[in-house]
Design a protein around this ligand. Sequence first.
Ligand SMILES: O=C(O)CCC(=O)C(=O)O
Length: 315
Amino acid sequence: MAGHRFPVPRFEGVSQEQFIEHLYPQRKPLVLEGIDLGACTSKWTVDYLSQIGGRKEVKIHVAAVAQMDFISKNFVYRTLPFDKLVQRAAEEKHTEFFISEDEKYYLRSLGEDPRKDVADIRKQFPLLEGDIKFPKFFKEEQFFSSVFRISSPGLQLWTHYDVMDNFLIQVTGKKRVVLFSPRDAQYLYLSGSKSEVLNIDNPDLAKYPLFSKARRYECSLKAGDVLFIPALWFHNVISEEFGVGVNVFWKHLPSECYDKTDTYGNKDLTAASRAVQILDRALKTLAELPEEYRDFYARRMVLHIQDKAYSKNFE
Ligand SMILES: O=C(O)CCC(=O)C(=O)O
């Protein structure tokens, strides 16, 4: 595939000061190695998680294929006790299954009432809390959520962005993450916060010709690695092995900028949603014009937006 590829830089033994003063302000993805994450990286085996994590019911994504697609919804939601989910996600073939014996599982843990509560594994899995330390690279009051990410081997999660800053902690297993800059959104064929291009390694360029222009940042995560994913950076995740991850979202901006009904960390900022609604109204108004005039004023509006709202500071 054509297009630019960049490795995500890796940093070993970074201090709180180095991260906050030098790395964080660049707002680019990076992998932190050697962060003290507690005992989870050695303790969280399938047996241990099944015993200590308990039998709490969790809602999971189940698919017959490895490449999960949120737009066409090629998966179903099911519930399983946490211990069963861990056991099934760790096996390649299942004797008990919902769709097929080689179905894939994905857990993105939720709050007690997902419509109202954000996920915090310390609350939903209190017996595991003592095993994991989150990187202390943001203030406690900025914390938003902590989420279990447990996936079957081979599972690929669709490309999407979130609106909060994020540490993706790889606790066990290997994962490949491909990221795209928010500045390349125009090449990603977006439907809401998700990209329509599922097969990022072998994309259908007849259908998605602009995708080859997207700059691709790539890293492999192993147990103990922490990937910093700045808000709005698109990410696509492939679990190369059964793996357990935890991601921590935190608020980079003042709390009032975020949508108060957002429990996932992926609803657009309130000012962005308002701007989009106003644009939709402007488009309805433009539709009152004959085609030749609509086209002319639409082009002028695009130029006006570029002039007034695009940042001059990004490469
Ligand atoms: O690691 C995963 O399974 C997905 C991670 C992710 O999408 C996130 O941290 O926002």
